[in-house]
Design a protein around this ligand. Structure first.
Ligand code: PRX
Length: 681
């Protein structure tokens, strides 16, 4: 029998290499700092702030550092951190690190999609690129508060574009480059972006992606909606690619004529390298100035533009990065998250640079050209911290272990996870096969809205329990609530909420503060409600058990069932649809849709193919359903509400439907079960 399978608690001391230089050596020290951060947040955060550069003095009174209102009965929800104090995050991430003598340190190693495609950039070089691009943006008329959309594969240019915006006070909104043209257009219109930074084409594994086609489709939509788009800055990424099939696409690239040619400006032409643009005084911004908008799914189907601010996000990401990974100078950090998600923003960009860390950016996919790519990268760059998602672990576990074992990964000191609950089997495989039982696994729980991990085992003192995110980080006060919003003490399950504000929490939903208030603060007055359910065990450890709303988590990406449904309803042959989640061995969860066609239309393979394409085009490939069931009707209550609970149970093959006395047509249940059974594997 598997020697560790029964182990419930793993203490990461002594034999763990991470413990050699611990920032928090003991539980007593963890508790001391935690208590201070909760009881005197002003004092705690002022100490963290002392390490950063501010253009005006911090308030002497600690109660003026962090203030907030989480109670809608007392007025609007708001959080203010160091309000009135001026800073610049690009200055703090680059100039401040360089001034400490680390200008020659590598900020990023970049590994492209192809083997051997590598670049690196030091802190000084990165600063120069940022400054030049900041000047280029200014020439396009970008001023503080303007919004810049970024739709790029994982490249150094993406980081440069983010930090250039931050330097001049523009607000970036990075859209994951796997999203469809429609999703990009919706986000650009919602955020009122005046400039877009993108690339011509890229390879993702074997697949060729002509990004410019997606951009041109999106641009047609945004111009129709009267968005005053001034420029599209285009990285000529295709020319630099070393893909062996590149020649096959050269003619396509050369022949492509954009209908919006006049808007395009090649990156290498807007960036001046003659020395005339090599300085750009940072824009000194209020700590509460918005830094970026990042879209995340919402229950209504319309994505929410979550707004993070300069000062609070900077300190939270910096502190979390240092502690979650026990970062010390010289560490090489590798996180597989795409920069288009919050983890990419927080770990790979802002948290890493604020600590002067060296990170690896990887453009490709884990199984190309072989399923050992991540292990080869860890070995090749001597990475010692590896941060990924449970889905990636599960998808790599299915290959022969030889792919991992071919790479000794001797330097690894710490593994970390994010994005979704991890099952024990995957946890132990990661622990043993990748980490050789020497590396703690830091399971970090957070959300786009929370900015940085909130619950995770501080490496060293906090014993691990496979599957649990364990204990709250400094400044975080989680609670478990019952249905009536009453706090539950001791070991129990319920709704996971936070009782106190921390500097890095999102401030609003862009352009819709009421939606922000209603989504996170209305269900349980006085608390920020995460939308997640959790169990707290007798050691006070938190176990995140999943969403309580209509959001589902596919491969660590949140999607809303409403978004999938509204995409499908654009097909004129469809009268009704319902999307629900189902467990999936690799993705964690996947989507099952029930489809009812209009009279006169037959559901056949062709319709199914069209519907799948419609979702890919409207949202993106990540939202493609795994199971589509053609049915004659949906189960509804007498008031006309779709009984999603029943649909979810049928999709999952469960039989106990609970109370279905309000159903209008009882015969529909057998029909749905039959449709489900017909598609069982
Ligand atoms: O349900 C939780 C899950 O992911 C949601 C947040 O998704 P998103 O905003 O896209 O950010 C993902 C990356 C931080 C949460 O509400 N989640 C995130 N981390 C974990 C998790 N579930 C379990 N364990 C985690 N470590």
């Amino acid at each position: 029998m598997d020697s560790l399978a029964h182990v419930e608690r793993i203490q990461c001391t002594a034999e763990f290499p991470v413990t050699q230089r611990l920032h928090v050596p003991t539980m007593e020290e963890y508790r001391r700092q935690y208590d201070l951060s909760i009881k005197r947040p002003g004092k705690f955060w002022a100490e963290v702030a002392a390490d950063f550069t501010w253009q005006s003095p911090l308030p002497a009174d600690e109660s003026a550092i962090l203030s907030y209102n989480f109670d809608l009965n007392d007025g609007p929800i708001e959080v203010q951190f160091l309000k009135g104090v001026k800073t610049n995050i690009s200055y703090n991430l680059l100039d401040r690190i360089i001034a400490r003598g680390s200008g020659e340190r590598i900020a990023y190693f970049w590994e492209g999609n192809e083997l051997g495609e590598q670049k690196s950039i030091t802190y000084s070089e990165l600063r120069l690129e940022v400054v030049r691009f900041a000047n280029a943006l200014k020439r396009q008329g970008v001023t503080p508060g303007d919004r810049v959309a970024i739709y790029l594969p994982v490249t150094i240019e993406l980081v440069v574009a983010m930090l250039a915006c931050a330097r001049i006070g523009a607000i970036h909104t990075v859209v994951f480059a796997g999203f469809s043209s429609q999703s990009l257009a919706d986000r650009m219109v919602d955020a009122r972006c005046t400039v877009l930074v993108t690339a011509d084409a890229a390879f993702r594994g074997e697949k060729f992606l002509h990004i410019q086609t997606i951009i041109d489709e999106a641009v047609a939509v945004v111009l129709r909606r009267a968005l005053p788009l001034k420029a599209i800055i285009l990285v000529r990424h295709f020319a630099a690619s070393a893909n062996r099939n590149k020649a096959a696409y050269e003619a396509t690239m050369a022949a492509y004529q954009s209908p919006h040619q006049a808007l395009y400006l090649p990156w290498d032409e807007v960036v001046r390298t003659d020395g005339s643009d090599d300085e750009c005084e940072p824009e000194w911004l209020d700590a509460e100035h918005p830094l970026f908008i990042l879209y995340t799914s919402g229950s209504t189907g319309k994505p929410k533009g979550v707004v993070h601010t300069v000062g609070g996000y900077m300190l939270t990401t910096a502190l979390v990065f240092k502690h979650a990974f026990n970062y010390v100078e010289g560490d090489i950090f590798f996180c597989t998250a795409d920069l288009g998600w919050i983890t990419g923003h927080t770990a790979n960009v802002y948290g890493a640079l604020a600590n002067g860390a060296t990170s690896i950016l990887f453009e490709g996919i884990p199984n190309y050209p072989k399923p050992d790519r991540l292990w080869a990268i860890i070995d090749g760059y001597r990475a010692n911290i590896f941060y990924t998602a449970p889905t990636a672990v599960r998808s790599l576990m299915k290959y022969d272990e030889k792919y991992v074992l071919a790479h000794p990964m001797k330097e690894l000191k710490l593994l970390a996870l994010v994005g979704e609950p991890i099952n024990k089997e995957a946890w132990f495989w990661f622990f043993r096969t990748v980490g050789k039982e020497r590396c703690p696994i830091v399971d970090t729980y957070f959300q786009t809205e929370t900015g940085a991990p909130m619950i995770f085992p501080v490496p060293g003192p906090v014993a691990l329990k496979p599957g649990s995110a364990t204990l709250p980080f400094f400044g975080i006060l989680p609670v478990i609530l019952d249905e009536n919003g009453k706090e539950i003490y001791g070991s129990d399950s319920g709704f996971l909420a936070f009782k106190q504000a921390w500097p890095g929490i999102a401030r609003t939903v862009d352009g819709n503060h009421e939606r922000f208030e209603q989504t996170y603060f209305a269900k349980f007055p006085k608390y920020y409600f995460t939308g997640d359910a959790a169990f707290r065990d007798s050691d006070g450890y938190y176990w995140i058990t999943g969403r309580t709303d209509d959001l589902l988590n596919v491969s660590g990406h949140l999607l809303s069932t409403a978004e999938v449904e509204s995409a499908l309803l654009n097909d004129k042959r469809i009268s009704e649809v319902a999307a629900v989640s189902m467990p999936h061995a690799i993705k964690g969860q996947c989507i099952c849709v029930y489809v009812v066609t209009k009279n006169g239309y037959i559901y056949d393979d062709e319709v199914e193919k069209d519907l799948r394409n419609l979702i890919r085009k409207t949202i993106g490939p990540v939202a493609t359903p795994d199971l589509m069931l053609a049915v004659r009707g949906l189960p509804k209550t007498r008031s006309g509400k779709i009984m999603r609970r029943v649909l979810g149970k049928i999709a999952r093959g469960e039989q106990d439907f609970g109370d279905i006395s309000t159903i209008t047509d009882e015969t529909i249940i057998d029909h749905l079960i039959e449709a489900r059974m017909a598609k069982s594997d």
